[in-house]
Design a protein. Structure first.
Length: 159
């Protein structure tokens, strides 16, 4: 129920602001990871980041598709999530680190419902030394930002 409320909230807020309608959903595997391991609130955090990054990238490039559907295929945190810390007392919020990142897929549509462009993009850090001093979703946020910029540029070229 919470993801449905989140999606409706993003639609309502984006229409109020006169911006692109951006719907963020999760793949079955990632949704299962949220429910069983990471915690559902983490999906809200990542969805908000993606919406902000896309709106910022669209504004910077000067494009405004009517609707964008985004799917988080996979995401890995750099630090344990709140849920993981509660489930595994041996984890340390400040010393437990991992390489993180995110894989996304998105499709943009015009007002008539025609597909404008599609992009699948993933980025995961490969060097654990780059994860020191990061927050829970630092690498996923970096992936979201790169994805948004690449998607906006691709959309700009296709129009």
């Amino acid at each position: 129920m919470k993801p449905l409320f989140l999606a409706i909230s993003f639609v309502a807020l984006s229409q109020f602001a006169g911006a692109t309608e951006i719907n963020v959903t999760f793949s079955e595997d990632f949704n299962e990871a949220l429910e069983e391991e990471l915690g559902e609130r983490e999906g809200d955090i990542l969805s908000s980041e993606i919406v902000e990054d896309l709106n910022r990238a669209f504004e910077r490039v000067g494009v405004s598709p009517t609707k964008v559907s985004v799917t988080i295929i996979n995401a890995k945190p750099n630090r344990p999530t709140f849920e993981q810390l509660g489930d595994r007392p041996g984890l340390d919020a400040s010393r437990s680190i991992a390489v993180g990142g995110m894989k996304l897929q998105a499709t943009a549509f015009d007002a008539a419902g025609n597909e404008l462009t599609e992009l699948e993009y993933g980025w995961f850090e490969s060097d654990i030394r780059q994860s020191v001093g990061t927050t829970t979703w630092s690498d996923a946020r970096r992936a979201s930002n790169r994805f948004a910029r690449k998607f906006a540029e691709q959309l700009n070229v296709s129009q």
